[in-house]
Design a protein around this ligand. Structure first.
Ligand SMILES: [Fe+2]
Ligand SMILES: [Fe+2]
Length: 187
């Protein structure tokens, strides 16, 4: 149990670092300068292709198990599922907008895009806060060791391509920006 929850808390810390980088880029864009669109695309790519597939899946397996053990879980289970779905949709919409800006076919006003980025950042931050404060404690209270083992077995065991043993080549640039943000004391 401790390992699974510890792992998910570490993943939250990593997510918050990425959200900070996104926020910084939104601020640069809002100021009228050109942000690092490629960095923002890398973040959304990582979140949709790795984080959602592994972290969200693990939480949803946890919630499904929790729902069978206590009626207290009914509301949190549906909230977490709905929020994961919303996060996924926001990420895809935002990635589409950034793609269009890069190829020069997007006429969406700057403020609208900045607001989309910040809505995504803030929604994710609130989601993490809710999980840490209410959902993880509820899971720790009700799930047994065998439940945690089943949860671990049910999700892909891929190595994390950004925060894992080895930073994959497509995320090297993003990794450096996270280190830089951290050394500035803001990550
Ligand atoms: Fe979540
Ligand atoms: Fe989470």
């Amino acid at each position: 149990m401790a390992d699974t929850i510890t792992g998910m808390r570490t993943e939250h810390t990593n997510l918050l670092k990425l959200l900070y980088v996104l926020q910084r880029q939104a601020e640069i864009f809002a100021s009228g300068a050109k942000p690092a669109f490629d960095l923002m695309q890398d973040i959304l790519d990582y979140l949709t292709n790795y984080f959602e597939r592994v972290h969200h899946s693990k939480e949803e397996a946890m919630m499904s198990r929790l729902a069978t053990l206590t009626s207290d879980a009914a509301q949190p289970v549906s909230r977490i599922r709905d929020e994961h779905e919303k996060i996924s949709k926001l990420a895809h919409t935002l990635a589409g907008n950034l793609d269009n800006i890069i190829i020069g076919s997007d006429m969406t006003p700057r403020d609208t895009v900045v607001n989309m980025i910040m809505d995504f950042v803030n929604f994710n931050r609130e989601h993490v806060r809710h999980e840490e404060q209410f959902v993880f404690p509820l899971a720790m209270q009700h799930l047994r060791e065998s439940d945690w083992q089943e949860i671990e077995k049910s999700v892909p065991a891929d190595d994390d391509p950004l925060f894992g043993e080895e930073v994959k080549s497509q995320y090297q640039n993003l990794y450096r920006s996270i280190v830089d943000a951290g050394s500035a004391g803001h990550a």
